[in-house]
Write a protein that binds this ligand. Structure first.
Ligand code: NDP
Length: 481
């Protein structure tokens, strides 16, 4: 069975403790590889290597850093199919999604930040004839990057690329549930001769490896994406050490549909925004609010389409819904369906585990996409993040009413709005408590825009120059004329 390795100081190495964790293929429910069960000793080695590499890397010309990142991007492109297969195998997502979204986006993340640094400017502030100021933005040091399992390489590279581009060295931890493409990335770094210590990847469990990164005194900046509870734990560790923190956390996003929208376009996109990646995208719209006059029309059309969605083997290019990421996550999602019923909800379609006919896949973690109605906006099902293929439907009458529903959770990550009334779109976009508002679209992404959440969905923003600013320390230099 294949054993993955850590990537420390330019070498692919076994964990110091010599122990390994099972890596499960969720489409079959079977162990298919082993990953390092690293601990604080591996993190210490990685942090030492990164600290030693920092003076060299941060003083390298912008052009040379850019060239290294472009070389990584090109190798991801060259290994696209292999990496998409790896992502699908590890995560359970359809291979078509990994080919269309995950791996191309990882390639683009490196290319985007490789070229962004070539166009960066810093501010200067003139004081008439008395003086002037200019701002230096220097790399901070060793950055800790911790990422989740839902969009593994996509989110891993979304942190690593700006951290490296701006001159930091990195100690990174992918989710232990989906480590495979991070391992392939370390192979790529070896292939392109990335200088030793610039990027270090330590595999293992959050409470061991992630915690050791958050605590390490030589890692002054942490970028984390994951659940709100983990974000709280990382803040509690990092805040007394005065570390710089970026937190991208959970969501419970509203999808608001007005009667004047383009119905067909809305329906097509709402299928994706509800169930893409088995509903395991932090940006999925899990609370669907529909203007009362089209509630029945929407409900009937949506239920019909969703009940036809094929749940199948992820490696089949025709599959739209693959496996959920793990058995424990599947059980958590199913427990929310039960809770919804206890809270008075009616399951309109789905709600159950699926056992595929193909014998090899019968133990996989499949579930039918699920629609629930009859819940109020404030019950637990509509307030807590489920992070699976479960959405609820609720009718509304007025803008004020739906705004109150939409803003009622502790989260504020993304909102989607369907209307052809431009004034209403602007009015609502202004009032929604959400870091991202999509109007008549979903997941339309421009990498230059600020990305992140309000309230308990996070702290700080990623994307574009926001990320380069996060990974640098501004210093004002004032000169008297
Ligand atoms: P978790 O918070 O469980 O884990 C995220 C990462 O943190 C993993 O690598 C995990 O390791 C690690 N970790 C766990 N405990 C600690 C700790 N004490 N210290 C440091 N690191 C730790 O999230 P999931 O992986 O379950 O991902 C799903 C969550 O991510 C959802 O809530 C989703 O909304 C959110 N998310 C947010 C996004 C955003 O942009 N706002 C985007 C995508 C997802 P291990 O895997 O070993 O536990």
């Amino acid at each position: 069975m294949k054993k993955l390795t850590n990537y420390i100081n330019g070498n692919l190495v076994a964990p110091i403790g010599g122990s390994y964790l099972d890596n499960i293929d969720p489409s079959r429910g079977k162990v298919y590889s082993l990953i390092p069960d690293s601990d604080e000793r591996d993190v210490a080695l990685a942090a030492k290597a990164a600290k030693e590499a920092f003076p060299f890397w941060s003083n390298l010309s912008t052009k040379k850093r850019s060239d290294y990142l472009l070389a990584i991007s090109e190798r991801i492109e060259a290994r696209m199919h292999e990496m998409a297969e790896a992502e699908s195998l590890d995560n359970g997502k359809p291979i078509s999604l990994a080919m269309e979204v995950d791996i191309p986006r990882a390639r683009d993340n490196f290319a985007f930040y490789a070229t962004a640094i070539l166009h960066e400017q810093s501010e200067s502030h003139l004081m008439g004839t008395t003086g002037f100021n200019y701002t230096l933005r220097d790399a901070i040091g060793v950055a800790g990057c911790i990422s989740p399992w839902n969009l593994p390489l996509y989110l891993f590279s979304w942190k690593i690329a700006p951290a490296l581009a701006s001159g930091n060295t990195v100690v990174a931890k992918p989710s232990e549930i989906t480590p495979y493409t991070a391992y392939l990335l370390s192979e790529i770094c070896v292939e392109i001769n990335l200088p030793p210590g610039v990027l270090n990847i330590v595999h293992g469990l959050g409470p061991k490896v992630g915690q050791a990164i958050s605590e390490h005194p030589d890692i002054p900046v942490i970028s984390f994406t994951g659940g709100t509870a983990t974000g709280k734990q990382i803040s509690a560790t990092a805040a007394p050490l005065f570390k710089k923190l970026s937190l991208e956390l959970g969501g419970k996003n509203p999808n608001i549909i007005f009667a004047d929208c383009d119905f067909d376009e809305m329906l097509k996109t709402t299928l994706r925004s509800s169930f893409a990646n088995q509903g395991q995208i932090c940006l999925c719209g899990s609370r669907i609010f529909i203007e009362r006059s089209i509630y029945e029309k929407f409900k009937n059309a949506f239920v019909e389409k969703v009940s036809q969605m094929k749940v199948g083997i992820p490696s089949d290019p025709k599959t739209k819904m693959g496996a959920l990421v793990s058995e424990s996550h599947l059980n958590k999602v199913l427990s929310y369906v039960k809770l919804a019923q206890e809270e008075g909800g009616r399951v309109l379609t789905g709600g159950n585990r699926v056992i595929l006919e193909e014998a090899e896949f019968k133990d996989g973690y499949y579930m039918r996409p699920t629609i629930i109605e009859g819940l109020d906006a404030y019950c637990r099902t509509n307030q807590e993040e489920i992070f699976g293929p479960v959405v609820s439907l609720q009718a509304f009458d007025t803008e004020e009413e739906v705004l109150a529903y939409a803003n009622s959770t502790r989260y504020g990550l993304a909102a989607t709005l369907w209307t052809s009334n431009l004034q209403r779109a602007h009015r609502m976009a202004h009032k929604l408590e959400s870091g991202i508002v999509w109007v008549n679209c979903w997941l339309l992404r421009d990498l230059r825009t600020p990305f992140g959440g309000m309230k308990q969905s996070g702290m700080g923003r990623e994307g574009g120059f926001e990320a380069l600013r996060f990974f640098t320390e501004p210093k004002n230099v004032c000169i008297r004329l």
